[in-house]
Design a protein around this ligand. Structure first.
Ligand code: UTP
Length: 299
């Protein structure tokens, strides 16, 4: 019997070293993407998919994350007194979004270790994991599709994105077999950050997972892997094997828009793309951007 999934786990305890010094005193998940922290896009996505119970795995600088999803009475009071309902609504959006819970990771010993910290809260039911620095465009559906497949197959599901072979070394790469569904593949193997010569495919694992609770048992005995960290990929690899009771691992191939806000260049691209698409900013921003880019020819 499959159970309806209600819980989302968002690991946000990484050190964010690629973004120093911005992340010295602030988690990278709090970096603004136009006018909202990246993490708010991610929580909104979970809620859109019906997952309103959100557990965030936090690290040092956890206060900024907790405060963002909490009330700020002083600000509310001032805006109310001014009658500025539009801004007041913006302040309250993140407060009323979901039923938020927090757990500390302690030492950042890897994504697998962060997910294991969710065990007490999640218990014995399947759950979703959304990485706090990976944004899926709200116009494209991914998580709902993954939840459907989890329910149908009673398996664990990862999100896959076909990437340029030159970039596969930045991701976990999947060896796959086709299934009866055009956008679903069965995962037969996974390699964390492979060189392009040995990558089993160009299918990269991106930051959305729907996992069976069995993953916790596996993570308990998963040894540190690549980079000395406890890798979620290693636990998934074990689940993808022919071990009875795992249900296997399947990949939903995503062909929509995804923004990696943990990487500097991708972060800049995300801000530009999302700002250009906004009704309130796009009409002024796009002509300016076009003129700015046209200026490159003259340099
Ligand atoms: P990353 O590897 O992108 O995060 O982890 P990082 O280590 O913070 O980044 P850099 O390379 O130093 O810049 C992917 C996701 O897993 C979380 C991160 O917060 C991010 O959302 N994570 C990673 C944890 O929660 N705990 C960890 O121990 C490692």
């Amino acid at each position: 019997m499959t159970q309806r999934i209600t819980k989302a786990v968002i690991p946000a305890a990484g050190l964010g070293t690629r973004f120093l010094p911005a992340t010295k005193a602030m988690p990278k998940e709090m970096l603004p993407v136009v006018d909202k922290p990246a993490i708010q896009y991610v929580v909104e996505e979970a809620v859109r998919a019906g997952l309103t119970d959100v557990l965030m795995i936090t690290g040092r600088n956890k206060n900024a994350l907790e405060n963002h999803f909490d009330r700020v009475t002083e600000l509310e009071y001032t805006l109310e007194a001014k009658g500025d309902t539009a801004k007041l609504q913006k302040v309250n959006e993140s407060t009323d979004l979901a039923d938020m819970h927090y757990v500390r990771q302690g030492d950042p010993r890897g994504l697998g270790h962060a997910v294991l910290r969710a065990r007490m809260h999640v218990n014995e039911q399947p759950f979703a994991v959304l990485l706090g620095d990976d944004i899926i465009d709200e116009r494209d559906v991914l998580l709902t599709r993954m939840l459907e497949e989890q329910e149908k197959r009673d398996a664990s599901i990862v999100a896959l994105l076909e990437v340029d072979p030159e970039s596969i070394h930045l991701y976990g790469a999947a060896a796959v077999e086709p299934t009866e569904e055009a956008d679903v593949v069965r995962i037969t193997g996974l390699v964390e950050k492979p060189a392009k010569e040995v990558a089993p495919s160009n299918y990269a694992v991106i930051g959305r997972y729907v996992l069976k609770p069995l993953v916790f048992d596996i993570l308990e005995h998963t040894h540190p892997g690549k980079g000395g960290e406890i890798q979620l990929t290693d636990a998934l690899m074990e689940m993808a094997g022919d071990v009875e009771g795992t249900g296997g691992v399947y990949g939903v191939v995503f062909r929509g828009r995804r923004y990696d806000t943990g990487d500097k260049l991708d972060y800049i691209k995300a801000v530009v793309q999302l700002a250009a698409d906004r009704d309130d900013l796009g009409p002024e921003f796009k002509p300016w951007l076009a003129e700015y880019v046209a200026g490159f020819d003259r340099i």
